[in-house]
Write a protein that binds this ligand. Structure first.
Ligand code: NDP
Length: 433
């Protein structure tokens, strides 16, 4: 806090992690030595750079680019790039720290990082996005590589942006390597990567519900967001027999009591790149409400926040509990505030924390790296099968660690402890680095 007094998001995540790993530290006095915790919370490297680009009017624009290389204790840095006006060092350090634990939980050999820019792709032409991506990569290429740091997408960075970034990397380096994940299927992408985070979330949530004798079939689900994670969370929830009644974007939310028409959402968001309020033009019985936070006032059994950080606060948690919610599963990164989590957990709501429940995306990204190294492509079924196995294993680790250290049922504490224990052991073995 003294070193970086303004990094609120990073302080929140550090506080949440540090309070829950105390039992691991007590069981392993060696992790309390050699300033291991201080090293764990200090990025190995942070790169900040300027990104000049020319807009369609011929005017020069300047944005700021970042890459936070948080930990390479168990593998090359791995984590997404976010393009959004809110991007700053505090948010990226919080995301990178979460990524380190998430990647450790995945059981795959990947370290943690995060990056991006305060560039806003909304309303920009394809040409502008391409020129921005090329300029961004013209600096970033020095710091990444298939065995060093392998970025992926995040908010504002989807298949189009990854394609432009990959093209520029290849052009500068003259090397065809798996330096980015989330690539198009014709140039090294993995089947099921697009679906992975949303599908993985539902595999995790179903494990949690099954363990508590709750059948997901027939349950009412509220989802926030209408981006990559939300879309495929809705798809898998529907395949499992649940009824999803909401989705949203940063302007407002849609409530469709008959169940969300996912083909229409995909058409609006993925094809037309439009706004979610266009949904009601085709479904006049559905309601559109301005203000995305209102999505949590809709009565549901299961709530899946899949948009962004801090979108589910204490007030929303109280409304959800009053409306009888049974489970909350985090698809976005840290969508619930700390006081909201405490309120949900102390009112008997099953809680699936982001760093465990949304690890499906990065896990399939790691499988994409394996396929690139092998120069092979696996089938959709094979990748999806492995994803399911990885999510089951993450659930078992979070549950098992919570039981082992005396906080049975607290999957957030369990995930923090299991992820940290793995990183700490690797850091301890590797000396003062
Ligand atoms: P997308 O950019 O595809 O979608 C983000 C969605 O959230 C959009 O509907 C967007 O609406 C909405 N949104 C953005 N900012 C806000 C805000 N301030 N308030 C309300 N809604 C907002 O991103 P993803 O679906 O990829 O990512 C969503 C979350 O999931 C992020 O937290 C990300 O870090 C996390 N995540 C993503 C993974 C992935 O594989 N994609 C993996 C693991 C985590 P609008 O169009 O109006 O901006």
């Amino acid at each position: 806090v003294k070193r970086d007094p303004d990094q609120k998001e990073f302080h929140n995540t550090a506080k949440e992690i540090l309070t829950s790993i105390i039992p691991v530290l007590e069981a392993h006095p060696e992790y309390q030595k050699d300033r291991l915790l201080e090293r764990f919370l200090e990025p190995e490297r942070t790169v900040i750079f300027r990104v000049p680009w020319v807009d369609d009017n011929g005017d020069l624009q300047v944005n700021r680019g970042f890459r936070v290389q948080m930990s390479s204790a168990i593998g090359p840095y791995k984590g997404g790039l976010r393009f959004h006006p809110s991007v700053n060092l505090s948010i990226l350090k919080f995301l990178a720290t979460e990524q380190v634990l998430k990647n450790a939980l995945s059981g795959l050999p990947i370290g943690g990082g995060k990056g991006g820019s305060d560039f806003d792709p909304k309303g920009k032409s394809d040409g502008e996005v391409m020129r921005f991506c090329q300029s961004f990569m013209t600096e970033l290429y020095r710091h990444i590589g298939a065995d060093t740091d392998v970025p992926a997408g995040d908010i504002g960075v989807g298949g189009r942006e990854i394609g432009y970034l990959f093209g520029q990397y290849k052009r500068i380096r003259d090397t065809y390597e798996g330096v980015l994940t989330g690539k198009g299927l014709t140039f090294g992408g993995s089947l099921a990567r697009t679906e992975a985070t949303g599908y993985g979330l539902l595999y995790f949530v179903k494990d949690m519900l099954d363990d508590n004798n709750i059948d997901i079939k027939g349950k009412t689900v509220a989802v926030s967001g209408a981006g990559n994670v939300a879309t495929y969370a809705i798809e898998k929830a529907q395949q499992m027999g649940a009824k999803v009644v909401t989705c949203s974007d940063s302007n407002g939310y849609v409530y469709d009591p008959e169940g969300i028409d996912l083909d229409l959402v995909k058409d609006i968001k993925e094809v037309r790149r439009g706004r979610i309020k266009e949904y009601v033009e085709k479904h006049p019985k559905a309601e559109y409400h301005e203000g995305c936070k209102g999505v949590w006032t809709v009565k549901c059994d299961i709530a899946l926040p899949c948009a962004t950080q801090n979108e589910l606060d204490l007030e929303s948690a109280k409304t959800l509990v009053a409306n009888g919610v049974k489970a909350v599963g985090e698809g976005a990164n840290m969508p619930s505030t700390l006081d909201a989590i405490e309120y949900l957990q102390s009112n008997g709501v099953l809680f699936a924390p982001a760093k465990a429940a949304n690890a499906g995306g990065v896990s399939v990204s790691a499988l994409e790296m394996s396929q690139n190294s092998e120069r092979l492509s696996w089938t959709f079924e094979e990748v999806d099968h492995r994803l399911k196995g990885i999510m089951d294993n993450i659930y078992a680790q979070a549950k098992g660690c919570a039981e082992k250290y005396g906080c049975k049922g607290n999957l957030l504490a369990g995930a923090n402890m299991a992820g940290f224990a793995k990183i700490a052991e690797a850091m301890h073995a590797q000396g003062w680095v």
